[in-house]
Design a binder for this molecule. Structure first.
Ligand code: G
Ligand code: G
Ligand code: MN
Ligand code: NA
Length: 254
């Protein structure tokens, strides 16, 4: 309850911040996108990971205003990077199911894009398979409104949900993000390798973009590249970092 009270005040007190993790195309070496990952600079407990407050934010509905803050901040930073003349890259923002279900979501996002000036094609929303458990017509209608704005949609943690895969042909989505649990042992576990190969083949034939998460070693990168995966995200390239530190990193990369 203490934490809930503090969470309620955290936006007004400006205690949230974003770290960004680059997404890299390993054949070109370019950064193609950034994933925004929220943190809470708690007054006494230090820098808190989202795993320590997102579940509470979801239970209390506070995820809606927090998520709105995240979207606005990420779009602001993304637009600033583009205006500074950096190579075009997409800004990927995680969206909880509760945010997705919010009746004003589309209007809110449209307003944030207008206010920040970020072109919709540079915004990517990461949703999870859990949205497929909901009323299909409603989900499709809402996704279509977002896609019609020009926004990209990706499926986060792909392969870990319990939903049927039929949503892949019903929903207007652009990209699958293969969950990092399949990558950890990919060079030694033939089952993980088979699963990832099958997802790559499926993404290719469905004409979906693909990214793998949690790439930590050169061996994993080489292995995945050979399987036909080109976009990667993980500690091998960079941990999630504050914008300022990433700006220095981008300077040295590009
Ligand atoms: O870096 P990491 O510890 O940041 O993130 C832990 C978890 O928190 C991940 O599952 C990630 O998707 C989630 N997460 C990070 N930022 C956000 C956010 O802004 N909104 C939501 N809904 N989830 C987030
Ligand atoms: O659920 P989602 O994919 O949005 O969350 C991304 C989470 O994965 C964040 O907690 C982020 O810090 C973490 N992460 C990113 N790259 C790596 C990696 O290479 N290894 C591990 N173990 N975690 C990673
Ligand atoms: Mn994510
Ligand atoms: Na993920």
């Amino acid at each position: 309850l203490q934490l809930e009270r503090e969470l309620r005040k955290a936006i007004d007190r400006d205690e949230f911040l974003l770290h960004y993790q680059p997404q890299v195309n390993v054949s070109t070496g370019q950064i193609t996108g950034m994933e925004a990952l929220v943190r809470w600079q708690h007054p006494h407990r230090g820098l808190l990971s989202p795993i320590h407050f997102i579940p509470l934010a979801e239970e209390t509905g506070l995820i809606v205003p927090i998520g709105e803050w995240v979207l606005r901040k990420a779009c602001e930073d993304g637009q600033r990077w583009l205006q500074e003349g950096r190579k075009p890259m997409r800004m990927a923002v995680n969206l909880s199911l509760i945010q997705f279900q919010e009746p004003n979501l589309v209007e809110t996002i449209q307003q944030i894009l207008e206010e920040t000036g970020l072109e919709p094609r540079y915004l990517e929303l990461e949703i999870t398979e859990s949205i497929a458990m909901n009323n299909v017509e409603q989900v499709v209608a809402k996704l279509e409104r977002l896609v019609n704005l020009g926004i990209q949609i990706s499926i986060d943690d792909f392969g870990t949900g319990f939903s049927s895969l039929s949503y892949l042909k019903k929903f207007p989505i652009h990209k699958l993000k293969i969950d990092r649990s399949f990558i950890t042992d990919i060079t030694s576990d033939p089952d993980d390798a088979s699963i990832v190969s099958a997802i790559i083949a499926m993404a290719n034939s469905l004409k979906l973009d693909l990214i793998v998460e949690g790439v930590e070693t050169e061996d994993q990168q080489t292995y995945l590249h050979r399987l036909g995966c080109f976009e990667m995200q993980g500690y091998l390239f960079s941990r999630p970092l504050p914008a300022q530190m990433l700006e220095q990193l981008m300077q040295s990369w590009l």
